[in-house]
Design a binder for this molecule. Structure first.
Ligand code: 5GP
Length: 351
């Protein structure tokens, strides 16, 4: 039948709860979904309500989902009613809070032109830069042997220690996985080799590289500059290795291209409900001897929540980290599956 032949697949970029949606013509007919779900669109005949199935669902019946145009229009309306605060703000604005209540979390937040399939309707948005995160058209992509490996981006909330995780996985299999060699302005130590630990460059050269946007990220440490360049990532991929980077999630703005096809793993530490150790009476933050306090746990929860809110729609896989050893095993499994199994990617990456 024509339903099963639909070739339009969308990644949902927001959570949808039909039972909380007053606009739906029929709550029972609605299809609930959460951010990251893949929807097979069966009918776009109606301009307001599309019919879709969730990929992986055993339920064969299609349900109603808001069309992109309708969703965009009502979010724009709510934004105008709610607040003039910029959607760039990481804190939930009153409008976002009301979106959350309506089951429309993450409904508008700044995104670059990476949702190209949605640019048609973007004239509805107030400025070309502010686009609503609604759906992203995706396709199932199988890597061919001649394809360059995908870039793997690790992002982590407070306490995830993604650098350590990255180093471990690479050290276990240095032929398959590689690290982008960073640049630094600090002097080379006698045991270090140019291009192995770092590329050692002058402060002037570093400054020039910043100006010409060569770095995906850079920072200062003890009066020296450190940074990771796009070129250093390309050079790992060119050697046919999976390149692992741990970056601030803002770097995804630059990395999310057809060239890198980044696979994003969000490492989230498992956070216990309450901590066993008592909080130190002298320091309200970190306890004595580096013991974790309830305040630390609260910060970790907040960090994970904020990361989820701001970047959840860009994440392919969440890795809940119990401890360093098990996280390492799990990351390795994720990486092996990534090379073997087809993955959903934005259509713009493969066209
Ligand atoms: P070291 O000079 O001992 O090799 O590194 C000192 C510190 O520089 C590291 O602990 C890390 O915080 C920082 N660093 C090393 N590589 C990079 C990088 O690529 N980017 C940034 N922002 N910092 C780095």
């Amino acid at each position: 039948d024509r339903f099963s032949e639909s070739k339009v697949y969308l990644r949902a970029l927001f959570d949808y709860t039909p039972y909380e949606d007053k606009a739906t013509p029929c709550q029972e007919a609605g299809l609930p979904f959460t951010c990251g779900d893949i929807l097979q669109v069966v009918s776009q005949d109606d301009p307001t309500w599309w019919q879709a199935k969730r990929v992986g669902d055993s339920n064969l019946r299609a349900g109603l989902v808001p069309s992109r145009q309708f969703q965009e229009r009502r979010l724009l309306y709510r934004m105008k009613m709610g607040t003039h605060q910029s959607p760039k703000s990481p804190r939930a604005t009153p409008c976002e809070q009301s979106c959350e209540k309506a089951g429309l979390r993450r409904s508008f937040r700044l995104s670059r032109k990476d949702h190209q399939d949605s640019t048609k309707e973007s004239h509805l948005a107030e400025s070309a830069e502010n686009e609503f995160l609604i759906y992203e058209e995706v396709t199932l992509h199988q890597m061919r042997p001649q394809d360059k490996p995908r870039l793997v981006v690790l992002i982590g909330s407070l306490g995830a220690r993604i650098n350590e995780l990255k180093q471990k996985v690479i050290a276990e299999n240095p032929h398959r996985y590689g690290v982008a060699v960073p640049h630094t302005t600090r002097p080379r130590k006698s045991h270090e080799k140019e291009g192995v630990e770092y590329h050692f460059i002058s402060k002037q050269a570093f400054e020039a590289d910043i100006q010409s946007n060569k770095f995906i990220e850079h920072g200062e440490y003890k009066n020296n500059q450190y940074g990771t360049s796009l070129e250093s990532i390309r050079s790992v991929l060119a050697r046919n290795k999976v390149c692992l980077v741990d970056v601030q999630p803002e770097a995804l703005k630059v990395l999310r291209t057809a060239e890198f096809k980044p696979y994003v793993v969000f490492v989230k530490p498992r956070i216990p409900e309450i901590c066993r150790q008592r909080s130190s009476p002298t320091s309200p933050g970190r306890g004595d001897n580096g013991h974790i306090t309830n305040e630390d746990l609260q910060d970790m929860r907040q960090s994970a929540e904020q990361m989820d809110q701001q970047y959840g729609h860009l994440v392919d896989r969440v890795l809940v980290k119990e401890d360093s050893a098990s996280a390492c095993v799990e990351l390795r499994n994720i990486l092996e599956r990534l090379e073997r199994e087809p993955q959903w990617v934005p259509v713009s990456w493969v066209r």
